[in-house]
Write a protein that binds this ligand. Sequence first.
Ligand code: PRP
Length: 176
Amino acid sequence: MTRHEIEETVFTVEEIRQRVGELAGEINRDYEGTDLLLIGILKGAFIFLADLARRLTVPVRFDFIACSSYGSSTRTSGVVRILKDLDSDISGKHVLLVEDIVDTGLTLSYLVKNLEARGPDSLHICTLLNKSSPERKADLPIRYQGFSIPDDFVIGYGLDCAEEYRNLPYIAKIRR
Ligand code: PRP
């Protein structure tokens, strides 16, 4: 197991807690009177989703989807593969896709197209982090965004480096 050095904290536990609460407030207002289906994109979104969901007061159900883009060299090709599909039919539902980070945007642009074809009543994106990536390929309509960040490699709060660090309660930059 390679350990990397944590260079600096980017968002503290308290900053994340505060921002997640604000996002939940916006979602509660926007979806008042409707049922909401939260779709977590595995694995990175699991911690953000769990914290966000506990601040929501509208009725929510959950589903999960897992996908991967082929290795880093072919990432820009836009080939995304679904590893685990949803369990439920989303037609006629109000769907909120919950993501930990948008980088090139390929994962979400593929998922939005794929899920729109299944006929939801509405489909929106909520991401904790939106990275200013020079490799951003798609212009995504992100409705809810926690923080925008520079093009750094960050870990913690669900985000990994070779599957490590997801359980850090804060978000940090590492030296690779
Ligand atoms: C990360 C992240 C997003 C995606 C964003 O997932 O959770 O799903 O990359 O990158 P993109 O905008 O360039 O497509 P990853 O494939 O690393 O899997 P993980 O969620 O299991 O960590």
